[in-house]
Design a protein around this ligand. Structure first.
Ligand SMILES: NC(=O)c1ccc[n+]([C@@H]2O[C@H](COP(=O)([O-])OP(=O)(O)OC[C@H]3O[C@@H](n4cnc5c(N)ncnc54)[C@H](OP(=O)(O)O)[C@@H]3O)[C@@H](O)[C@H]2O)c1
Length: 252
């Protein structure tokens, strides 16, 4: 059975732009009220709120820095007070610094872990305690199927989030479902242009990159489903299958 999202409330972290904005708009199009979390992108968050208002749907802005416990440890409580309840949590915000095995530092690993794994976990735990029912979706990464040699701290933190998705699904059942969406090549990182992903499309079995809307569609599916939990859907044009590439293969 699939739930109707109309009139339900969702908190989307890192909602102001890119994939977070696409998820927020998709939820609003389903009639869900959206609490738009942002950190530094206040102007974009305000523009997104105007866009959602134009759809005839309520939304609110809420700010928190995920490196400041006093800000993220109150986020669920503030969201519930703002919207008068909370039915869905989408852990989308993320930190994506460049590093390698040779350059990664303990401090950088801790920052990655805090923003990409610890905060989604704290928000999920607070959601379970304070909302008590509903749906959680974590944005993971399809590179947990292999490795990201140029974003080592980041990918290690996404591995932790992937495991947390399954253990919280088990722990918070039967009143809460927890699932993941693992994007592949979707958008170039902030500061890079389209050529960044154009170069990489050859590594994708479907030979193209996806769109933020492809990710939003999978998130909406998981927020509607009432019988899927502990599952992570790869939305990556088949990139997670690359592990089967190693070794000799007969010609087609
Ligand atoms: N883009 C891709 O192709 C791709 C591929 C694989 C996985 N993913 C995953 O999909 C999700 C969305 O990707 P994206 O590229 O759209 O993300 P993004 O632009 O890199 O980051 C999303 C938001 O995270 C927020 N954020 C960063 N540091 C923060 C902090 N200290 N406190 C609070 N918020 C903070 C930022 O909010 P403000 O702008 O308001 O500061 C930012 O807009 C992420 O979880 C990412 O790991 C994306």
């Amino acid at each position: 059975m699939s739930d109707d999202l109309h009139g339900k409330s969702a908190l989307v972290t890192g909602a102001a732009k890119r994939i977070g904005a696409a998820i927020s708009l998709a939820l609003a199009s389903e009639g869900a009220k959206v609490i738009l979390h942002y950190h530094g992108s206040g102007d974009q968050a305000e523009r997104l709120r105007d866009e959602i208002t134009a759809l005839g749907v309520q939304s609110w802005l809420i700010q928190a820095d995920f490196e400041k416990p006093q800000e993220y440890e109150t986020l669920i409580e503030r969201s519930i007070a703002t919207a008068g309840g909370l039915d869905m949590l989408v852990n989308n915000a993320s930190f994506f610094p460049v590093d390698s095995l040779a350059t990664v530092t303990f401090e950088s690993l801790v920052r990655n872990m805090e923003i990409n794994a610890w905060v989604p976990f704290v928000l999920s735990r607070d959601f379970a305690r304070l909302a008590g029912h509903g749906k959680i979706v974590n944005l993971v990464d399809s590179r947990t199927h292999d490795f990201d040699w140029t974003h080592v701290g980041y990918i290690l933190s996404k591995h932790v989030l992937d495991v947390l998705t399954r253990v919280t699904a088990l722990r918070y059942a039967p009143t809460i479902t927890v699932n993941g969406v693992a994007p592949g090549l979707i958008l170039p990182p902030p500061g890079e242009d389209e050529s960044y992903i154009d170069r990489l499309t050859q590594t994708v079995p479907l030979k193209r990159h996806g769109s933020p809307e492809d990710i939003a569609e999978a998130v909406v599916y998981l927020l509607k489903s009432d019988f899927v939990t502990g599952e992570t859907i790869s939305v990556d044009g088949g990139r997670h299958l690359k592990e089967y590439e190693s070794g000799p293969r007969p010609d087609k």
